[in-house]
Design a protein. Sequence first.
Length: 193
Amino acid sequence: MSSLPPDPRIRPATAAASPRAAWLPVAAMAFVVVLSNWAVQFPINDWLTWGAFTYPVVFLVTDLTNRALGPAAARRVAWAGFAVAVAVSLLVAPWRIALASGTAFIVAQWLDIRVFNSLREMSWWRAPLLGSLLASAIDTLIFFYLAFAGTALSWLHLAAGDLGMKWLMALLLLAPYRALLPHLAAWHAPRAA
């Protein structure tokens, strides 16, 4: 597949994004993490929890933010999403899940941002796919070990199922990523005249 031509409406990765431009990705990220922290408490079987279907959307949010606003804005969105998500997660999930989620989240987000940014000039699908695949592996290992090691849950089975679902979702989420690319200019807050 070919690379996308540069979109003149989207600022280069080095341009500074206004804080107003990042409110939607912060809200989306916090919502998805809180929902996932609640959903991960409900196993479907020995291999999956419901959180495996919702959590991969955070990588989509990060990748779209990185593409639209650049890596510095994506890191700010990750930190803001992290802070909001952990605080709210403490209300809807046990502290161990909230702590494990926060730790795994921020490490994986920084990895995703770094990989995405290093591949951003390649074909449109490489940066989001490879960033998500690598970050998902790290996220899964950190989260399931911190959240469930030493408990009665078969966390290795859950981690394997979760990782498989994250990788499948990374592939499936390429469709909305591609569909949203032409609309990223709208993320930039209009400047007052």
